[in-house]
Design a protein around this ligand. Structure first.
Ligand SMILES: *Cc1c(COP(=O)(O)O)cnc(C)c1O
Length: 480
């Protein structure tokens, strides 16, 4: 019998090592010269066409595969590593984070658990995040892919803990009272998606009005909970947001905590980016009260500047995570010694079984730079946002459309007698297409806003001058 001996390790290691070194050099060059490149480039059609090839039957080799990356992929990402990327809420990544991802893929451990150092790295990162957020030692947590998964996980745990029956066994199909949850109209749309995904139904998500600073209106919330109770429904979950995606507003978290305590409701804080304000002594007061929540979800790939994807969910009563997710299976038996000792504690805290070693980039970044430096850069972003807000207020051609509570600035070009929604949309597109900067947009009270979420460790104040000047210049060009 022939004994095939193929593997996927490179045939020529010397050649591969050279290629690998070139990859590192190319990426460090790319990142260190990113400011000189356009903020975004539209892909030419020839590049789009390059992605129509059929499944490769025979390989073309590592060198050729890398060549395609350099030619067709590297120049055309969405651009969030650029110093003038201010769109949506994306992080930028760090060079060390990039290398940590390489190391993590290099050792490629399985992070369900096992008796291994990478598990301890993850435990330690979770513990550091617990400390940062001011949660008690009884809390537990998990690293997940994003703010959405963090909040979905928290919602599933709260649902199981608060229904008053064994929802794991019975599901939601057995004629119990309707479960209802609450968040403001400014809540990120994960809440609707999660309500649908977890079988609660999007109609169970009550969207509560906001005040003039885009914070949840507590009177409306109280009234809505009462009405649902009067109807025989079962309110169980309230979402407070620390840093809304539209305007960066933070709900009155202490008041929400008081209300949820009185009513026996689970308080979850969506702190996707805003929770990281805890890292800055100058900003921590904005999110005070967060530490009283039953759970919090936040991204480390946004305002902790790590490469995608990494986020964290913390649950105050740590046992509830396991009570929601632990399973037993003969192929996952907990054996007292050997690799499987200690079982699969991370798989028991969430829905995923195979999990990557994303903790490493957080662990190395925190070790290398410390939370104080990260906090200073977060504060720097807030100062930059305030600066842009002030420029928008001071310039007769610009108008600030929402208060700058944290790091989100919504503004527009303005001039008498014009269709401002149409003109500002055109300005936004030209800013992007000309590679000047990448803000995104939103609509506030019917008004199209150019929206900047400032969570970019590479931005300098002059970048905001260039943005404001360009908005005025392009606005005038279109108007004339
Ligand atoms: C980005 C964001 C989310 C979603 O987080 P992902 O990491 O994109 O899944 C949720 N809530 C808020 C407030 C956000 O800014």
């Amino acid at each position: 019998m022939a004994r095939p001996t193929e593997s996927l390790d490179p045939e020529d290691l010397k050649e591969f090592r050279e290629l690998a070194h070139r990859m590192v050099d190319d990426m460090v060059d790319h990142l260190s010269t990113i400011r000189d490149q356009p903020a975004w480039r539209r892909m030419p059609d020839s590049v789009r066409d390059a992605f129509g090839d059929p499944l490769p039957r025979e390989g073309e080799g590592e060198e050729a595969a890398y060549g395609r990356f350099i030619r067709d992929v590297l120049p055309y990402p969405n651009g969030n590593i650029h110093p003038r990327f201010f769109g949506w809420v994306h992080g930028n990544g760090t060079m060390l984070g990039m290398m940590a991802d390489m190391l993590s893929s290099g050792i490629n451990p399985h992070l369900a658990g096992y008796d291994q150092a990478p598990k301890l790295v993850e435990f330690q990162v979770i513990e550091w995040m617990r400390e940062l957020m001011g949660f008690p030692e009884s809390a537990s947590g998990l690293l997940v892919s994003g703010g959405t998964m963090a909040s979905v996980t928290a919602l599933a745990i709260a649902r199981n803990a608060k229904t008053g029956y064994d929802v794991r066994a019975e599901g939601l199909q057995s004629g119990h009272p309707m479960l209802t949850l609450y968040g403001s109209t400014e809540t990120h749309n994960w809440a609707k998606k999660a309500s649908e995904f977890l079988g609660l139904g999007s109609s169970a998500f009550r969207q509560i009005a906001v005040d003039d600073r885009y914070r949840i209106d507590l009177e409306h919330l109280k009234q809505s909970v009462k009405e649902d109770r009067d109807k025989g429904h079962r309110p169980f979950f309230v979402i407070g947001t620390a840093g809304t995606v539209n305007t960066g507003a933070t709900d009155d978290l202490p008041a929400l905590a008081d209300f949820c305590e009185e009513e026996g409701l689970w308080l979850h804080i969506d702190g996707a980016f805003g929770a990281l304000a805890k890292a800055s002594p100058e900003l921590a007061n904005i999110v005070v009260g967060l530490e009283r929540a039953d759970s919090v979800g936040f991204d480390l790939h946004k305002w902790m500047y790590l490469p995608f994807d990494i986020a964290c969910v913390l649950v105050r009563d740590g046992r509830l995570m396991n009570e929601s997710f632990s399973q037993s299976a003969s192929y996952l038996a907990n054996i007292s010694r050997g690799v499987a000792a200690g079982g699969f504690p991370l798989a028991d805290r969430g829905i995923e079984l195979s999990r990557s070693f994303k903790a490493l980039k957080a662990w190395m970044n925190l070790r290398a730079y410390g939370i104080e430096k990260i906090g200073r850069i977060i504060h720097q972003n807030v100062l930059q946002a305030r600066y842009l807000g002030e420029r928008a207020e001071a310039d007769e051609h610009l108008e600030l459309l929402a208060p700058v509570d944290l790091n989100v600035v919504c503004f527009r070009f303005t001039a008498p007698g014009l269709d401002l929604n149409a003109i500002n949309e055109e300005i936004l597109i030209r800013l992007q297409e000309q590679g000047i900067a990448t803000p995104s947009s939103t609509v506030l009270q019917g008004r199209f806003a150019i929206r900047c979420a400032v969570c970019n460790h590479r931005s300098v104040f002059e970048d905001f001058d260039l943005l404001a000047d360009s908005v005025v210049r392009i606005g005038k060009e279109i108007a004339s």
